[in-house]
Design a protein. Structure first.
Length: 385
């Protein structure tokens, strides 16, 4: 199995119709402990003054999720992927407040599936990929602001009429100041340590289907200005072979400042473009430094044996790297290969020792080209009462 998702769906159907925040936590480690390659080592002035993109392990006010509605994409799998989303929502709701967006005509069914611990709000969405359609939140002069990334269906590969409006609608609903990014991207494009370092793939951003005519240098400058980061580490990724053009969040994730977990293919998996992308990422990260000048410690996060997993399908994403860090917890898939599942859980527990590691079965989400991180989006701030 490839380290990155082969596709969000193999057949890219064109489908029509799809309170003010508390101050965020200061930058810190995940448990309160303090060639294509790296570029952007210029002065801090390149970043927007007073702006900071926080790490996922900082405290959350809530998690946003979406209720899938697209029969044209999911077909007979729609009831099953909704079961997966409800399972993830219920699990996360044990640790922090969960808001699930659902079309008004589906609000009642979604609420029944998710239970009373999850707040289901009537807000029209097309699919489940909250990571990509919910705005990215940054701290700007001590206040939380939402960055609208101008979602365009992963480079106009699918039409998501409702999803394209979610960022603006959600920010208005919750009274959060909005800024529009000068580029097109998705939340799964970015991985940050909360200390000024950003990991991204060239394939998903330096791409004419999102940012026509823009050079990597220009996009980097826009990322620094928009997100407040100081150092961008560019990974090659894989262009044109999946709907996301290889998001970074299924490839490599921060476990702490200076420490990254890198998806690693199972030894039995044949070498392909995805495994080569992982190898290229390893090469870049082994030579790069972060925004504070630290070299990266690279930890392998091995995939399961596809002959032992419970899910199936050519698009199945068997990457444990698509995990989600919530308050006091980390959520990652249980694929059914018990040895690999236990190994992944142990690696996450080692790097997040003060958090519960919760494994969730997401076979239908994974068959559609995504994971737990793809289906969740954190809003920073003190936990909601």
């Amino acid at each position: 199995m490839s380290p990155l998702p082969p596709s969000r769906r193999s057949v890219l159907h064109a489908v029509a119709g799809i309170g003010a925040l508390a101050f965020g936590a200061a930058a810190c480690g995940p448990d309160g402990m303090t060639q294509t390659g790296a570029s952007g080592t210029g002065p801090d002035a390149a970043a927007s003054a007073g702006r900071r993109f926080g790490a996922e392990w900082e405290s959350h006010t809530r998690t946003f999720m979406s209720w899938p509605a697209l029969d044209a994409v999911w077909g007979e799998d729609l009831p099953y992927v909704r079961q997966d989303i409800a399972r993830v929502a219920r699990a996360v709701a044990e640790y922090e407040y969960v808001v699930l967006m659902a079309g008004p005509d589906q609000q009642k069914a979604a609420q029944k599936a998710c239970g009373s611990q999850v707040e289901v709000v009537p807000l029209a969405v097309d699919d489940l990929w909250a990571r990509d359609i919910v705005p990215v939140f940054v701290h700007d002069e001590g206040r939380v602001m939402g960055v609208d990334l101008n979602f365009n269906g992963w480079g106009n590969k699918q039409q998501h009429t409702h999803d394209a409006r979610v960022a603006r609608t959600l920010l208005k609903k919750y009274g959060v100041r909005r800024t529009e990014a000068p580029l097109v991207a998705e939340g799964g494009s970015f991985e940050t340590d909360g200390e000024g370092t950003l990991l991204v793939t060239e394939s998903s951003l330096v791409n004419d289907n999102r940012n026509p005519g823009k050079s990597r240098d220009r996009i980097e400058a826009e990322l620094k200005q928009t997100l407040g980061v100081r150092k961008v580490v560019w990974l090659k990724g894989v262009r044109g072979q999946d709907i996301t053009d290889a998001h970074v969040d299924s490839l490599v994730r921060f476990a702490a400042p200076g420490v990254v977990l890198l998806d690693k293919a199972h030894p039995a998996a044949p070498a392909d473009a995805w495994s080569r992308a992982s190898d290229q990422a390893r090469s870049v990260l082994s030579e790069a430094t972060d925004a504070r000048g630290r070299r990266f410690e690279i930890i392998d996060l091995p995939q399961p044996d596809l002959d032992r997993i419970t899910g199936e399908g050519d698009d199945f994403v068997s990457s444990y790297a698509n995990f989600y860090v919530a308050n006091d917890s980390v959520f990652l898939p249980r694929f059914g290969d018990r040895k690999a599942d236990d190994r992944a859980r142990g690696i996450l527990q080692e790097h997040f020792p003060r958090r519960d590691i919760v494994q969730v079965v997401i076979d239908t989400i994974a068959s559609g080209g995504g994971g737990i991180h793809c289906s969740t989006h954190d809003q920073p701030g003190r936990p909601a009462d």
